[in-house]
Design a protein around this ligand. Structure first.
Ligand SMILES: NC(=O)c1ccc[n+]([C@@H]2O[C@H](COP(=O)([O-])OP(=O)(O)OC[C@H]3O[C@@H](n4cnc5c(N)ncnc54)[C@H](O)[C@@H]3O)[C@@H](O)[C@H]2O)c1
Length: 353
């Protein structure tokens, strides 16, 4: 593990080590474990195994590597408590031993890639969720965390920003983003059905634009995309007028939130996870990334060759975090500039730039 991620893992585990005691000596299955969020989760539990637990938590990582990066878990492959199984979660997964916790983080999360693989995206979010919920019911698991998304809210209409968990969404069901948004919504419906009918202790996280070290530089989500430009001394290309806004949440804050949800007793509940401190326009984001990089590059606004690039793109994203703050004592701490600085330092280190 490199220094920057190691520092993050220490911050995460310091914050959750008490509640994470529930994982000691148990088995946790993580899908999408070679992806950005999944690998942070695995690293955090690995750190707890080596520094806090008497008996390690067994980790099973399932990933079909469709977008994940195997290098991210290479350090874990030699650990006795860790098992990597290359598996497509849209197919049923059989496992002889016990499983106590499931985190379902596998999906194709980057809009550029889910528009290229709409069927695989739907399969991971619907068939994958169904298969894992069946497994959870069979194994009588203690807790199941489903990764939904703030994209389930679509493009919120006025009066619904900041967006609370009770907002029902303004989502296209045939547009280019529907494969992701609608399948995440059906994934949530499946979770609630399995909670009501089969008593699976499921919780739902709706992350709002999480970023940080470990997200691939070629992921095409906006932060790595802009950083890819500045780190190659190229102009930042914005495929919009730059007016749309997002609220970005640094990895450590989000991962702490995800563990708090998983290890809670709020079964059948959705929780927003994000950072509500700053809602920033894409032009301001580009300027901030330029400033922290110190590179005197241009910022250019240009139409994308992909005619669907902006279709149904939400204009604003800002989470209402009242529920998770009140019930789970969640408080994001990393401001945007600090998080961006850490991310750019990590990209320089990891990609030799
Ligand atoms: N990062 C964010 O800001 C954000 C926001 C909202 C929701 N989410 C959700 O959180 C989860 C993790 O996101 P991330 O940013 O780490 O994404 P990511 O793309 O970095 O990782 C996803 C992982 O899932 C794997 N995967 C995809 N389809 C699979 C399949 N059928 N079988 C097995 N593995 C499969 C990929 O190979 C990849 O390793 C996803 O469910 C995503 O939709 C993330």
């Amino acid at each position: 593990m490199d220094k920057i991620i190691e520092q993050d893992i220490k911050e995460i585990t310091d914050s959750i080590k008490k509640i994470a005691q529930k994982l000691e000596g148990k088995t946790l299955l993580v899908t999408g474990g070679t992806g950005f969020i999944g690998s942070y989760i695995l690293d955090a539990v690995s750190f707890l195994n080596e520094n806090h637990f008497k008996k390690p938590c067994n980790l099973i990582c399932l990933d079909n590597l469709i977008v994940g990066d195997e290098h991210r878990i290479s350090r874990l492959l030699e650990k006795e408590y860790f098992k990597f199984i290359k598996h497509d979660i849209s197919k049923p997964f059989e496992y002889a031993d016990s499983i106590d916790f499931i985190i379902h983080a596998a999906s194709i999360a980057s809009p550029t890639f889910y528009r290229l693989h709409p069927i695989e995206t739907i399969d991971a979010n619907v068939l994958g969720t169904r298969n894992l919920l069946e497994l959870g019911a069979e194994k009588k698991i203690k807790s199941f965390l489903y990764f939904s998304s703030s994209e389930t809210y679509g493009d919120p209409i006025e009066g619904n920003i900041p967006t609370p968990e009770t907002y029902k969404g303004n989502v296209s069901f045939t547009g280019p983003r529907a494969c992701y948004d609608e399948s995440k919504r059906l994934g949530e419906t499946l979770c609630i059905a399995f909670f009501n009918q089969r008593n699976v202790p499921v919780k739902i996280a709706r992350p709002f634009n999480v970023y940080g070290p470990g997200m691939r530089l070629d992921d095409k989500r906006v932060i790595p995309d802009f950083m890819n430009n500045v780190l190659h001394n190229e102009p930042i290309i914005m495929y919009s007028d730059g007016k749309d806004t997002r609220s970005f949440c640094y990895a450590t804050d989000a991962i702490i939130g995800f563990f708090k949800i998983l290890l809670s007793d709020f079964n059948g509940e959705p929780f927003n996870v994000g950072n509500d401190a700053e809602e920033i326009s894409m032009i301001k984001l580009a300027e901030t990334i330029k400033e922290i990089s110190g590179n005197k590059i241009e910022i250019i606004s240009r139409e994308s060759k992909d005619k669907n690039y902006l279709k149904d793109n939400p204009h604003r994203r800002l989470p209402d975090l009242a529920k998770i703050k009140k019930l789970l004592n969640y408080e994001p701490k990393t401001d945007l500039k600090t998080g961006l600085k850490k991310s750019i330092d990590w990209y320089k280190l990891a990609y030799n730039l």
